[in-house]
Design a protein around this ligand. Structure first.
Ligand code: GDP
Length: 663
C-alpha cells in the first residue's frame, strides 16, 4: 500500500508544500505532491507530525499553567492557617466583618461571624482582594527544609539502628522487674563499679548481633503522653503478660494504645518460673485479641521469660533485634542530629539537664540544639553508664547539659547550624505557641465533625469508650460502629470498663478522638486535662441517647438529597401572547396534576428546552392553585416565551430528604 503526498498532507492537516518540506527534512526521497509514499515512510511522517501536534498541545497547556501561575504570583501573599472564621479572615484582609459577610452573601455563602469558611471560599474571596493565601511555615518546617538541603548534600548512608522499646502491660506483671533485670545483667555487670545512671533510657549491647534501647518509664500513660506531644519515640512495644495471670484489662488497654500509635508489638510472657504459669493459655488469649503467636495461626512473637531467673531474657533481646531488622529501622549517622526529648529537669548545681534520644544523625558536644522554645550548645554529654561521651549516634539516649530552659518530654529536638539561628527560631516558636493557645479551637468536637467531613479531611471518626460493665460497653460499641458509612467510618479505638482517666484523654489527644462515657465519671485530673486540651468528652446514662447523638450529628451534617418528584403532565394545545405578561401555554392536563408551585420541564420532541418555575396557573381567567387531570389550564413559565403547540410540560416538586446513614 502507498499513499500520495497530497493525500497524506490532507490527512495531517498540512499543505502539500509543508509536507514536502518535512519529508525533505526527514530525508524521505519524494519528487512532488503526486509522488507515492510507501507505508513505512508514511508512518514515519505521521509519527513525527503527531508528535509535534502533541507537544504543541502540551506547550499550550504549559503556557496556560504558567499564565495562571504568573497571575497567582502577581497577587500579594497572605499568610494564614486555614480554616479561618469569618472574623479572623476579615482581620487578615483588614476589612470589616460586615463587608466580608456581604461579599460572601453575594457568592451565596451564608456564614455567621464565628463560622469557619471552606478553603475554596477563602481562596476565592482573597483573590478578589488581590491576595493569594499561603500557609505560613511552622518552625519545624523551616528546620526540616534546612535538614532536607543538608540531606541532599550529605552522603546519607543508611544503617540499621537499634530499636527503641517501651514496656507495657498490666500492673504487677513484671515490667519494672524485667527492665531492671535487663539493665543489671547487661549494663552493670560489665561496668566497673556497677553504678548505672538513671537517665530515662538505656541501651543494651548484644555483641555483634546489635543493640536495643529501652525507655525507662513503663506503662502506656508515659508512652501516650509522649505521643500526644507529637513525637513517637517508640519503635516496638514489649507487652508484658504474667503467665500465671493472663491478659488483664490494662493489657488490653496497652494493646489499644500501641495499635493507635501503629507500633509493633512483641509479647514477653513473664513469670514463666511460677508453678501456676500457663503459657499456652496466654497464647490463646493473645490470639483472641488479634495477636496470635506462631503456632496459633499468627505471627506475633511471644517469648516466655522470667525476670526472676532470667530465663528467656536473652531470647527476648534477640527477638527485638530481629524485629528491628524486619521493620528496617534505618538511620544515617552522617546527618545532623534530630530526635526526641525523653526527660527534662532542673538540677540544682547542674542547671538544665535533658535526656535526649537521637533518632537520626549524630549528636556531638558543642552542637547547637533547639527543642520547642529552648535552645543551647551541648556543653557535656553523659551516656546511660554515666560515662562522658563526645558523640551519640542514632538510637542512643544521652543526658545533656547546656539548654536554655527545661524541654518538654515528647518534644522533638533538632540540631541547628548556629546559635544565632537557634535563638531566632526559639523566639519564633514562643510566638507560635502563644498564638496557638489563643486560637486553639478544640481538637475534635461533634460540632466540627461535619466541617471536617465536608472538607474531606475526616475519613475515620475515632471514639474512646468507657463504661461501667463490659456488657453495656460491647452493646454500645457495636451500635456506634454500625453508624459507619461509606464516607466516614466510626471506629472505637479503645474501650474498657472504668472511669474516664487522664490516660484516656491523652489517647484522645494523640489520636484525635472523642471520648464517650457510659455510666462512668470523668476523673478530676482527666477533666482538667480535657478542658485544657479541648477534648470533647460526653457522658451518657442511656445507650440509645449516645447512639442518637452521634447519628443525629452525622446525619444532620450530611447534605440533604434533592429529589424531583413527578406531579403531572400537560400537553400544550395552543400558545397565546399576552401583552405585558408574555406567552401563556394553553394546556390540557393529560396526567396527574399541575401544582402552581411546581417546577416545570418544557419538552419539545422529547428534548428538554426549558427548566424552571411556573409563573402563573389559570383556569380561564381565574388564578388556581392546582389543575387536575382531564382539565384545561393556562401555564406561564418564568422567563420563557418560546412555547409551541405540541410541546409537553412535565411538572415536578422538589423534595429535600435528610440523608440517612446508609451503608
Ligand atoms: P510492674 O507493675 O509491671 O512493673 O511489675 P513489677 O516489676 O513491679 O513486678 C510485680 C511483682 O512481680 C514483684 O513482686 C516482682 O518481684 C514479681 N515478679 C516480676 N517478674 C517476676 C518473674 O518473672 N517471676 C516471679 N516469680 N516474680 C516476678
Amino acid at each position: 500500500m502507498s499513499i500520495r503526498v497530497h493525500k497524506l498532507a490532507k490527512e495531517l492537516g498540512l499543505s502539500s508544500k509543508e509536507l514536502l518540506e518535512k519529508l525533505h527534512e526527514l530525508k524521505v526521497d519524494v519528487k512532488g505532491h503526486m509522488s507515492a509514499l510507501d507505508d513505512d515512510s508514511a508512518e514515519l511522517v505521521r509519527h513525527e507530525i503527531e508528535g509535534i501536534k502533541e507537544t504543541e498541545v502540551q506547550k499550550a497547556a504549559a503556557k496556560e499553567e504558567a499564565k495562571k501561575k504568573k497571575e497567582e504570583e502577581r497577587l500579594k501573599p497572605l499568610q494564614a492557617n486555614l480554616p479561618l472564621t469569618v472574623k479572623e479572615f476579615a482581620i487578615k484582609l483588614s476589612i470589616k466583618p460586615s463587608e466580608l459577610i456581604a461579599n460572601l452573601m453575594s457568592k451565596r455563602v451564608f456564614a455567621h461571624i464565628n463560622q469557619n469558611l471552606a478553603e475554596d471560599t477563602v481562596r476565592e474571596i482573597a483573590r478578589g482582594y488581590g491576595y493569594r493565601i499561603e500557609k505560613p511555615p511552622t518552625i519545624e518546617e523551616e528546620i526540616l527544609k534546612e535538614f532536607k538541603e543538608r540531606d541532599k548534600e550529605g552522603d546519607a548512608k543508611k544503617v540499621i539502628r537499634p530499636p527503641v522499646v517501651t514496656f507495657m502491660g498490666h500492673v504487677d506483671h513484671g515490667k519494672t522487674s524485667l527492665l531492671d533485670y535487663i539493665r543489671k545483667t547487661n549494663v552493670v555487670k560489665k561496668e566497673k563499679g556497677g553504678i548505672t545512671q538513671h537517665i530515662g533510657a538505656y541501651q543494651v549491647m548484644l555483641g555483634k548481633k546489635g543493640a536495643v534501647t529501652f525507655l525507662d518509664t513503663p506503662g502506656h500513660e508515659a508512652f501516650t503522653a509522649m505521643r500526644a506531644r507529637g513525637a513517637n519515640a517508640t519503635d516496638v512495644v514489649v507487652l508484658v503478660v504474667a503467665a500465671d495471670d493472663g491478659i488483664m484489662p490494662q493489657t488490653i488497654e496497652a494493646i489499644h494504645h500501641a495499635r493507635a500509635a501503629g507500633v509493633a508489638i512483641v509479647v514477653a510472657v513473664n513469670k514463666s518460673d511460677l508453678p501456676g504459669a500457663n503459657i499456652d493459655k496466654v497464647k490463646k488469649q493473645l490470639a483472641q485479641e488479634g495477636l496470635a503467636p506462631e503456632g496459633w495461626g499468627g505471627k506475633t512473637i511471644a517469648v516466655p521469660v522470667s525476670a526472676k531467673t532470667g530465663d528467656g531474657v536473652e531470647d527476648l533481646l534477640e527477638m527485638l533485634i530481629l524485629e528491628a531488622e524486619l521493620l528496617e529501622l534505618k538511620a544515617s549517622p552522617d546527618l545532623h542530629a534530630r530526635g526526641v526529648v525523653i526527660e527534662g529537669k532542673l538540677s540544682p548545681g547542674r542547671g538544665v539537664v535533658a535526656t535526649l534520644l537521637v533518632k537520626n544523625g549524630t549528636l556531638r558536644t558543642g552542637d547547637v540544639v533547639l527543642s520547642g522554645m529552648h535552645y543551647g550548645r551541648v556543653k557535656a554529654m553523659v551516656n546511660d553508664k554515666g560515662e562522658k561521651i563526645e558523640e551519640a549516634p542514632p538510637s542512643t539516649p544521652v543526658e545533656i547539659l547546656g539548654l536554655s530552659g527545661v524541654p518538654v518530654a515528647g518534644d522533638e529536638f533538632f540540631e541547628v547550624k548556629d546559635e544565632k539561628k537557634a535563638k531566632t527560631l526559639s523566639l519564633l516558636k514562643q510566638a507560635e505557641e502563644k498564638e496557638k493557645t489563643f486560637s486553639r479551637s478544640g481538637r475534635i468536637s461533634l460540632e466540627q465533625l461535619y466541617e471536617s467531613i465536608a472538607r474531606g479531611e475526616l475519613k475515620e471518626f475515632r471514639i474512646i469508650l468507657k463504661g461501667d460493665v463490659t456488657g453495656s460497653i460491647e452493646a454500645l460499641q457495636k451500635s456506634l460502629e454500625e453508624l459507619s458509612t461509606k464516607e466516614v467510618s466510626l471506629k472505637v479505638i479503645h474501650s474498657a470498663a472504668g472511669n474516664i482517666t487522664e490516660s484516656d484523654i491523652m489517647l484522645a489527644i494523640a489520636s484525635n478522638a472523642l471520648v464517650i462515657g457510659f455510666h462512668v465519671k470523668l476523673e478530676g485530673k482527666a477533666q482538667a486535662t480535657s478542658e485544657k486540651e479541648k477534648v470533647d468528652v460526653r457522658v451518657y446514662d442511656i445507650i440509645y441517647k449516645a447512639v442518637d447523638d452521634m447519628k443525629a450529628a452525622m446525619e444532620g451534617m450530611l447534605e440533604p438529597i434533592i429529589n424531583d418528584v413527578f406531579q403531572g403532565k400537560a400537553e400544550v394545545r395552543q400558545a397565546f401572547r399576552v401583552s405585558k405578561v408574555g406567552t401563556i401555554a394553553g394546556c390540557y392536563v393529560s396526567k396527574g396534576k399541575i401544582p402552581r408551585n411546581g417546577k416545570a420541564k418544557l419538552l419539545r420532541n422529547k428534548k428538554i428546552i426549558f427548566e424552571g418555575k411556573i409563573s402563573s396557573l389559570k383556569h380561564f381567567k381565574d388564578d388556581i392553585k392546582e389543575a387536575r387531570e382531564g382539565f384545561e389550564c393556562g401555564i406561564g413559565l418564568r422567563g420563557h416565551d418560546d412555547v409551541k403547540s405540541g410541546d409537553v410540560i412535565d411538572v415536578y416538586i422538589e423534595e429535600k430528604t435528610i440523608r440517612r446513614l446508609t451503608k
